[in-house]
Design a protein around this ligand. Structure first.
Ligand SMILES: *Cc1c(COP(=O)(O)O)cnc(C)c1O
Length: 514
């Protein structure tokens, strides 16, 4: 193999159209082989964080960029080994912690294509094909949401950023209607701007308000019912009590992160309409319900929103990031528009050479759309809906299992694919927290946790959570997971809940670095 001016494992250093891809293919084959050789066969590597992270550093060597490279094959296989040995495996049936699914192979392949083209979306000449593809995909998803022909939207790096983008546009739109130019004058020109959302809305709403210069105190939390859904009468009262404030938006959640529950979208839309307030629906988790005939009804009313956040790296089985922010009226992107001499000069735009620079806070933007469009074409709505139905079935099965175990208590009924429960014992918070850490340290099961305000109890309590997004998981896998959980719970309860001592740390370190 010639090493001189040639790639170590091929003829080209770049993924050129044609032959360069053969090198990419060989590289992927090397990665696949290294992953199989070193795979730990569990959802997580065993060991505590010090040992696991120490293992990674040991494979990399001391900090510092090598003066001479180790070559492509060695670099790829070492990193693949590192990820296989010390990373997580989301395809494992006992990986059930977060809204973080194993991605579809077809989407991973298409994502490599996105990397290889390195196209952007800001200008026509930064990537014409992906520009048209994004428009096609945005319009297709907007149609599924029930939006009309004026709809628009844009891909973003995640649901948190989609929420930020939507709230920024809501802020600017609301201000403009009151004759205030926030873009120029800043938020100081607005009288006490506020945003309404339920008490269990995602924290990114608060963070967006901080980023937008409104402060987190701009968020007015609205009470929820026993199913963790916003109470419309409480929203109405909160708006009334906010007095002379400037309401920028009502954020309804369609699929709360913990419970999958959906705020009453139709009733909230009525209130938003009556008070002329922007309605944003955070459907980061729940949007995928629209793929399913069985679950689509949960989102009735979403078509009345002004903006929607959706994450296809959750229900959609995409590698992150695959998030979108949809607008019912694309004209409202106006405040994000910019004219930049070296990107989109007016005469180019007039001649049709325009891009999507004016719809986002980014400039260079990765074509995440490629994997999404490939997946939608490959499987269609029906298969994606069936995948979600299967995950919903698994959650319902898990719910039943919780109900039959005396030691377990169901905390909330299943709506989508999460199951929230806890292990009954005297020292609830400590035992449930330690139980999850123990499962993680053993590497055998990866489950989630959260805090829930349970009726009749003063303080929010630590609960356990399964987020089931793997349609290949079986009912017997679920049973095995609960068997393991109950076994470890007994162990933790009988030991008391003292944190593992420092000796355990150093023993693990020695074992892993050997
Ligand atoms: C996951 C989630 C988000 C944040 O999305 P990211 O893609 O993780 O940034 C926002 N809202 C809800 C309801 C979510 O579940």
């Amino acid at each position: 193999m010639s090493e001189d001016h040639q790639s170590v494992w091929g003829a080209s250093r770049f993924a050129r159209p044609g032959d360069g891809w053969a090198d990419v293919g060989r590289g992927l084959a090397e990665v696949a082989a290294a992953v199989s050789d070193h795979h730990h066969g569990a959802p997580l590597p065993s060991g505590d964080p010090v040992a696991v992270l120490g293992g990674v550093t040991a494979l990399l060597g001391p900090h510092g960029i090598p003066e001479t490279g180790i070559g492509e094959t060695e670099a790829l296989t070492r990193l693949a080994r590192l990820v296989a040995e010390f990373g997580l495996d989301l395809t494992h049936p006992m990986a059930a912690a977060h809204l973080q699914p194993a991605p579809l192979s077809v989407a991973v392949a298409a994502d490599a294509l996105a990397s290889a083209t390195n196209a952007s979306l800001d200008t026509y000449d930064s990537g014409p094909a992906t520009l048209a593809l994004e428009t096609w995909t945005v319009q297709s998803l907007a149609r599924m949401a029930g939006f009309g022909e004026h709809a628009g939207g844009v891909f973003s790096p995640g649901g948190s950023i989609s929420n930020l983008l939507a709230l920024m546009i809501a802020r600017d739109h609301t201000a403009a209607r009151r004759g205030v130019d926030v873009r120029h004058d800043g938020v100081g020109a607005l009288h006490r701007p506020v945003v309404f959302c339920s008490r269990v809305a995602h924290f990114s709403v608060h963070r967006a308000c901080a980023a937008l210069g409104l402060g987190e105190s701009a968020v007015i939390p609205v009470d929820v019912d026993s199913h963790h859904r916003m109470i419309p009468e409480a929203l109405e009262a909160a708006i009334r009590e906010s007095g002379p404030a400037t309401p920028l938006a009502i954020v309804a959640t369609a699929g709360t992160t913990d419970f999958g529950t959906v705020d009453p979208l139709g009733e909230i839309a009525d209130i938003a309409e009556r008070h002329e307030i922007w309605m944003h629906v955070d459907a980061a988790y729940g949007f995928g319900s629209l793929f399913s005939d069985r679950l689509a009804g949960l989102l009735a009313g979403v078509e009345r929103a002004d903006s929607i956040t959706l994450d296809l790296h959750k229900v959609g089985w995409q590698p992150a990031a695959a998030s979108l922010m949809l607008l019912s009226d694309a004209d409202r992107f106006v405040s994000l528009n910019r004219s930049v001499a070296y990107l989109n000069p007016d005469d180019d735009v007039e001649a049709g050479y325009s891009g999507l620079l004016g719809q986002t806070l980014q400039t260079t933007r990765r074509p995440d759309v490629l994997k999404v469009a490939t997946t939608l074409l490959a499987y269609g709505r029906r298969t994606l809906g069936e995948m979600l139905d299967k995950c919903n079935d698994l959650a319902l099965y898990a719910e039943q299992r919780v109900a039959t175990e005396l030691q377990l208590e169901l905390v909330a009924p299943v709506t989508l694919t999460t199951v929230v429960f806890r292990y009954r014992c005297t020292d609830l918070d400590a035992v449930n927290g330690e139980l999850r850490r123990r499962l993680i340290a053993d590497g055998k099961a990866l489950i989630g946790r959260t805090q829930v305000r349970i009726p009749g109890e003063d303080e929010p309590q630590t609960c356990l959570k399964l987020t089931l997004l793997n349609p290949e998981t079986s009912e017997s896998d679920i049973d095995e997971l609960f068997d393991e959980l109950l076994r470890v719970a007994l162990e933790v309860e009988s030991e008391g809940t003292a944190a593992p001592g420092a000796e355990t740390h150093s023993e693990e370190m020695v074992r892993v670095s050997e």
